[in-house]
Structures are given as structure tokens and as C-alpha cells.
Design a protein around this ligand. Structure first.
Ligand SMILES: [Zn+2]
Ligand SMILES: [Zn+2]
Length: 327
């Protein structure tokens, strides 16, 4: 390959279609770090004294977040959390061990918990029960709602002030389009980096990689030799979710017009900033069962609701708190 378009010295290893540049590994990584840092500064994602909880799945995006976080935020402490879903053949102990080892090299301890530990049933068990009752939600719905709750609970337990997730540009563009298709304007506003939860029980979530393409996190993780999860979730092809269809459509659009997803998110950021900054003053309700915040007027929170439908009316909602070295 030709020399890098930025430094001119090293051999280019990637071609960045949205900028038309060929970059060497060092300049490619620097470009990703700079973009994440710019995004973090623009929306003031981090503040002095923050205790950050990194939500780490063990996929490529997790490794990129671990790789760059030290250069974009200066929190007083960083921890990680990984939630084992409980899907046969997926998220095995080896993946978690590798993730912990890479985090440890960066001085980051990772709390490992599971859906089974928190709810009392693994994701697989929950899905089997739901199917028996004829429910046809996508497995990703159960997984997403449970994981989000558990990550927030772990972050609170360990005194974090913010949760940082590794969502990339493709994830965000897909979610935006799904919200559009559902006519969910509140959902669009909630994605905005200026949006803050209405209760201190839910920690603010920041997404420093939200302007980094998925192929970029994949390429960087690969080029840096990170030990990525090789197994695919068994549910991924079970049922073509709306997200899977949107993902495919957006890939095609981006391929034909490189930079489209970036422009989409940048336009939305500008258009929705005033709404997101204003916030919503309507107070949240409380779940009758577990006491967690829920949408006003609702009896149960989202997690209790989907579990109840699946026949699980007594989730345990507990976390084993492992002692981590302080500081
Ligand atoms: Zn270079
Ligand atoms: Zn609840």
C-alpha cells in the first residue's frame, strides 16, 4: 500500500472512505482518539472528579474504548463492568478473562456479573419461558433491557458518577433511524449527548465513540491485535430484527455515499441540542415491584414488565459486590 496521507512516512494500512485518506496505524489511531476527544469536549461528557464505569461487552468496541479512554478523559477513577448474558456457547469465561487482562494492563478493574446473578435466571432461560408463553419479542430486547439495568446497578454500587459505553457511529445511526421509523421523538432526544437522566438513580451515560465508524473500531482492534470475542451470539440470526434490516440498509447507503452516517448524526446533534439541553421536567414514577424509576403513569419498570410477561414475577435483583482494590 502507499504511504500514509497524514505523516507521509509510514505505510498506509487503512483507507478511510469518508475522508478519502489512506492512513498508517499510528495516524489512524490518532484520528480516532482526536474524534472521540473532540466529541467528549463538545458535549462536556467528562468532568473533573468523575468516577467512570466502562460498560464492556468484550467485543471490538470494548477494546477500542479501553484503548483510548485514558487519552480522552481524566477521571479520578475508572472501572469496568461486563455482564455475562447466559447464552449457550457465548460470552464464555475465556472472553471475560482476556478482557480483564487487557483492562488490568491499563490499571482498570472489571466487575463481572451476569443476568442470572441479578435476575435469578439466565437470558436463555428468560427467552425460553417467554417463547413458551407465545411472546415474540426479539431476544435482543430482553438482553438490552437487562444489561442496561445491571450496568446501572453495578455503577451505582461502586460509586460511579457516569457510565461510558462503547457504542459506535453505526450503532447510533441505526438507533436514530429505528426511532424515526417508530415516530419516537423522545427516543431521539434521549440519544443526544446533552440528555441527562431525570433521576440520580440513573447515571448519565456517555458514548465517546459515537462518531467512530464500526469498521474503524473493528480495524483498530484487529490491527492492535486485541483478543476479540470470536463466537457470535446464537440469537443473531434467529429472527431478523428491525435493527438488522436497518443496519443492512445503512451499510448500502454509506457504501454508495461515504460519510452519510456521519452527516446524519451531526445534523441530528445540531437539531436536537436545544431539546436535549432543556430536559424534560416531568418527574419519573417508581416501579411498584423493585422501586427503580419508570415512565410516569406506569406500574412496573421495563425489566419487571418483560419478566412478568415471561412468567418471572419474583426477580431477585441482587448483586454480589466483590471487593475491588480502592483507588
Ligand atoms: Zn501516518
Ligand atoms: Zn421494576
Amino acid at each position: 500500500m502507499k504511504p500514509c496521507d497524514v505523516c507521509g512516512a509510514r505505510r498506509a494500512v487503512v483507507f478511510q472512505r469518508h475522508t478519502g485518506r489512506a492512513l498508517c496505524l499510528e495516524c489512524f489511531r490518532e484520528d480516532i482518539v482526536a474524534r472521540a476527544r473532540r466529541e467528549a469536549e463538545k458535549w462536556r461528557m467528562f468532568e473533573p472528579g468523575d468516577v467512570l464505569m466502562l460498560a464492556l461487552s468484550g467485543g471490538k468496541d470494548s477494546y477500542v474504548l479501553l484503548d483510548v479512554i485514558g487519552e480522552i478523559a481524566k477521571p479520578s477513577r475508572v472501572l469496568g463492568v461486563s455482564v455475562v448474558e447466559g447464552i449457550p456457547g457465548y460470552n464464555r469465561e475465556d472472553d471475560v478473562r482476556r478482557l480483564k487482562a487487557v483492562a488490568r494492563e491499563r490499571g482498570i478493574d472489571v466487575v463481572v456479573t451476569s443476568i442470572r446473578e441479578y435476575v435469578g435466571h439466565s437470558l436463555y432461560e428468560i427467552i425460553v419461558r417467554a417463547r413458551r408463553r407465545g411472546l415474540r419479542y426479539s431476544p435482543c430486547t430482553y438482553c438490552g433491557i437487562s444489561r442496561r439495568r445491571i450496568i446501572n446497578a453495578v455503577a451505582r454500587t461502586y460509586g460511579a458518577t457516569k457510565v461510558a459505553t462503547a457504542h459506535n457511529l453505526d450503532d447510533e445511526a441505526q438507533t436514530a433511524v429505528i426511532n424515526f421509523l417508530r415516530g419516537d421523538v423522545a427516543g431521539l432526544v434521549k440519544m443526544h449527548p446533552l440528555h441527562r437522566p431525570r433521576t440520580s438513580d440513573v447515571l448519565p451515560r456517555v458514548k465517546p465513540l459515537r462518531k467512530v465508524y464500526e469498521w474503524e473500531t473493528a480495524a483498530l482492534a484487529h490491527l492492535k491485535g486485541y483478543p476479540m470475542q470470536e463466537t457470535e451470539c446464537m440469537f443473531i440470526n434467529l429472527q431478523p430484527t428491525l435493527r438488522a434490516r436497518v443496519r443492512e440498509a445503512l451499510y448500502r447507503v454509506e457504501w454508495e455515499r461515504p460519510g452519510t452516517l456521519m452527516k446524519l448524526m451531526e445534523s441530528l446533534d445540531e437539531a436536537l441540542a436545544p431539546l436535549a439541553a432543556r430536559g424534560d421536567l416531568e418527574a419519573l414514577g417508581r416501579c411498584e415491584r423493585c422501586g427503580e424509576p419508570t415512565t410516569p403513569g406506569r406500574r412496573l419498570c421495563k425489566l419487571c414488565e418483560i419478566l412478568e410477561e415471561a412468567g418471572i414475577s419474583k426477580p431477585i435483583y441482587t448483586l454480589r459486590v466483590a471487593s475491588l482494590p480502592r483507588s
